[in-house]
Every structure is written in C-alpha cells, then in structure tokens.
Design a protein around this ligand. Structure first.
Ligand code: SF4
Ligand code: SF4
Length: 351
C-alpha cells in the first residue's frame, strides 16, 4: 500500500478513536479523501475514453484486474449505499438529480457480481465524465454526513431492520460475490465503516487504478518519440511510470493535468504551429509559455536549445551520461536555474 496514504489512514484511525482528537481525525480523513480523489481527477481529466474500459491485467488476482471506470463506479456505489441506505436512511445520491440516467449505467448495484469480460462491457457503456461527477457528488454528500458525526456515534451498530433495508434496496446483487457485503457492513459499527468503505477501500481501489493507469501509459509510450514538445526527455523523466508522454493520448504530465483539456501550453502551441517541438520555433529564446514560464524551468529551455543545435539523439545521450553521474529527479537539479549555465553543462557532457 502507498506508504503516505497508509500512514495517513493509520493516523486518522488513531485520532478518531479518542474523544479529544476526534475532530482532528475527521480532518485527516477529509484530507486523505481529497488526496485520493485528486488521483481520480487527474486520470479522468487527461485519459482518452477507451482507457476506461481497458483491462491490462485481465485475469490477475486483485483489484487491478478491473477497469478504471468499474473501479470508480464500484468505490462510490458502495459508499453511496452505505452512507445513505445504511447510515443516514435517506435517498442514495444515484437516485437524485438524474444520476442514474446521466451515468448511463445499466446497473444500480456495486458491480461485485460482474466477471471477466462483463466488467469491460459494463465499463464501455458508462458515461465516464458523468460517473466522475457522480463520484464527486457522493464524496461531498458523505463528507457532509461524516462532518455531522459525534464521537459517541462511532459505536453505533446495525440491526436486522437495517440489513433488510439494504436487501430491499436491491443495490447489492444476490450473486455470492456480492451478497456477502450486506453482512460485512452490518457487522461493523460506524467506526468500522469509516475504515471500510470510507477510507481503506478507497486506498485499495485507487492504488489499483494507478497500476492500471501506469500499465496503459507504458503501452502507449511504446514506439513513440520519447522527447516531449518542451525539450524534456520522457525516458529520463521521474514521472515516466506515471505519464504516457505528451505525444500520446495518455498524457498525465504535471502541466497537462492542470491545463485546459489536459494539454500543456507548449504541446498545444507546437501542435498549433505544426512543430515537432519548441526547438523548431523562432520565438523559443523569449518564450515564457508553459514550462518556460518560471525561472527554474530555464533548464528545460536549455534542453530545447540544445536539441536545436545537436538534435534529440544527442540530448538523450547527454542525459544518459548525467544520470549515470548524478542521482537526481528533476533536470533543474543538475542544470541549475540559469539558461546559459544549463546549456554549458549539457555541452560539457557531450562526448
Ligand atoms: S511529464 Fe513530460 S517529460 Fe515526463 S513523461 Fe510526461 S510528457 Fe514526458
Ligand atoms: S511559442 Fe513557445 S511554446 Fe510555442 S512553440 Fe514557440 S517556444 Fe514553444
């Protein structure tokens, strides 16, 4: 399990377990959920539609054998059912504001009953953007519910009537791979439900989503030019396992994820100008767009200028050498903040 998330989860559990730190524990829970939801947001924002129904680990044991769309649906259907039908005893989010119609889901269940290719087929039918908005609505609704809890509520248990209400909702399939959930939830108190499904369940599935995403990125990058439009080298980038590169539809580069339409300004500009990269642009020296906007990003511009002079293959060779000699993540750690200095270091490292 991701160390940071596991530690935050552990801290949250310990804090909510004491009356004096209960509120602080809830704040940590919200922080954790926010962080985890951010992972989903960046995937939804940048990945192409077909990514959401691919099963790169089909047949494997574990949550990563599912699809991205299924994972989103499953996490938040479970949360919606538990938060509303079991705890609050009111309407699930799915049945308000037309979410069922908007998501285009053929199911109202958690999806546990789906097997193999059924998961991909179900995922393909979903409107992923609408599912994402549904997920957000569920998260906000649950946060509201959790925020109103008192320390004394943690020990609240569930009755046969609660169990019957869950069965009656028909939101959990009768299939043996799904029906056990009802007894599982009803066997917990609120504190147990905060762990599963409101925090640990998220961590497990979002980690699996990251594995699926990384695999799809690796597949997308095969055979694609590894030099990014801005001059960075995807093969030498510390995000290379996480990002498919800006020349593929699986681009999760940091600038891309926070740019409109998931395309960074350098990529968008090069495409508009029909350029292979910023090194081919006559405005490069004075450009302040995207990766060239900040002072310490001069290192990236130095690489684009280097490509202009010596080509991409030569840059890749120099970067190989720099990585053999230094232990670093971001290229600016080696090339520094000054453009001329950065260029000089690159030149010095040519054979
Ligand atoms: S963040 Fe940029 S350089 Fe790194 S892999 Fe993605 S596109 Fe390539
Ligand atoms: S204007 Fe800037 S971002 Fe656009 S292609 Fe030229 S160097 Fe790249």
């Amino acid at each position: 399990m991701n160390k940071d998330w596991a530690e935050k989860n552990k801290r949250m559990q310990s804090l909510i377990g004491k009356e004096a730190s209960f509120r602080e524990g809830l704040d940590v829970l919200f922080e954790l959920r926010d962080e985890l939801f951010g992972q989903i947001s960046s995937i939804v924002k940048t990945f192409p539609a077909e990514a959401f129904y691919q099963m790169p680990f089909a047949g494997a044991e574990g949550y990563h054998s599912k699809t991205l769309a299924y994972s989103m649906w499953h996490i938040f259907r479970i949360e919606d059912i538990v938060a509303h039908t079991l705890i609050a005893q009111d309407d699930q989010v799915l049945f308000t504001d037309g979410w069922l119609k908007k998501t285009k889901s053929p199911l109202i269940t958690t999806g546990n009953e789906l097997k193999g290719a059924e998961i991909a087929h179900f995922s393909e039918q979903l409107d992923v953007k609408a599912v994402f908005e549904y997920c957000r609505a569920v998260m906000e609704s649950t946060n509201g519910l959790l925020g109103k809890l008192e320390y004394k509520d943690l020990k609240r248990k569930f009755s046969d009537a609660d169990r019957e209400r869950l069965i009656g909702s028909r939101c959990v399939s009768n299939d043996e791979d799904a029906f056990w959930l009802i007894d599982y939830w009803c066997g917990k108190d609120i504190r147990g439900l905060i762990q599963m499904p409101f925090s640990r369940h998220w961590i497990m599935h979002i980690e699996a989503m990251c594995r699926i995403k990384n695999k799809l990125c690796q597949k997308a990058r095969k055979g694609v030019d590894p030099i990014a439009y801005c001059g960075l080298s995807c093969n030498h980038c510390f995000l290379k396992d996480w990002c498919g590169g800006c020349r593929t539809a699986y681009n999760t580069c940091s600038y891309a994820t926070c740019s409109p339409d998931g395309v960074c300004p350098n990529t968008a500009c090069c495409r508009e100008k029909g350029l292979d990269g910023c090194w081919g642009c006559e405005e490069l020296s004075g450009c302040r767009k995207g990766f060239y906007a900040e002072k310490d990003i001069n290192a990236i511009k130095a690489m684009a200028l280097f490509i202009r002079k010596h080509g991409k293959t030569e840059l890749a060779a120099v970067l190989d050498r720099l990585h053999q000699q230094n232990d670093f993540q971001k290229i600016q750690e080696v090339l520094g903040e000054n453009l001329e200095q950065g260029l000089e270091i690159l030149e010095q490292n040519r054979k």
